[in-house]
Design a protein around this ligand. Structure first.
Ligand code: FMN
Length: 176
């Protein structure tokens, strides 16, 4: 799929059919993450691909549990067939930006390969300690976010996005 078409058509998917994703496709997504820019090219990331049902169910159960906090969106991610955890070394002040750049590459790669994805961060934070233990993450590394992946039950319409004219300024900031 052409890049701009992929960007245009990507959207967060939170309901999946449960059909598995081939390992090669998951590897290609992580490969796209690996190629993202990072501050001073430090690449202090690791990616854990979760496909085993009992681990997926544990993580999804914790996503469900977060829904009681109304600040989090409805990221149940039912039927997700894989989750990629983006694990970062907190080596410099840019670890969140670096991990986010990798995550966006993964979301776009997933779409280009025909899969749905959802960036889950708000629902990871309250359970980070539990997930660190579940995934055997060593000291000094943080789970920045997780990406739920799968075959979408349906592709929903894009949520409303601001118009280009609302946010584009040429040469200097101008009030609309
Ligand atoms: C930093 C960040 C945190 C997010 N955390 C969650 C989350 O915890 N749960 C969820 O369902 N979606 C989460 N999302 C996805 C956003 O809700 C989604 O991108 C937004 O509503 C726009 O929809 P779109 O991705 O379809 O364009 C997160 C996105 C970002 C960038």
């Amino acid at each position: 799929m052409e890049l701009f078409e992929t960007i245009l058509n990507r959207r967060s998917i939170r309901n999946f059919t449960g059909k598995p994703i081939p390992k090669e496709d998951l590897e290609r997504m992580v490969d796209a993450g690996r190629l993202a820019p990072s501050a001073t090219n430090r690449q202090m990331w690791n990616f854990i691909v979760i496909t085993r049902r009992e681990i997926l169910d544990d993580v999804l159960h914790h996503f469900h549990a977060s829904r009681k906090y109304e600040t989090f969106e409805d990221g149940k991610c039912d039927g997700a067939s894989a989750i990629i955890a983006v694990v970062m070394d907190e080596v410099n002040e840019y670890w969140r930006e670096d991990g986010s750049a990798a995550a966006e590459n993964i979301l776009l790669a997933a779409k280009a390969l025909g899969y749905g994805s959802c960036w889950i961060e708000g629902q990871v934070r309250p359970h980070e300690e539990h997930f660190r233990e579940l995934l055997s993450i060593p000291k000094g590394k943080r789970i920045l976010l997780m990406i739920a992946l799968g075959h979408p039950v349906k592709w929903p319409p894009s949520p409303a996005k601001k118009a280009l004219s609302e946010i584009l300024h040429w040469e200097r900031y101008r009030e609309p």
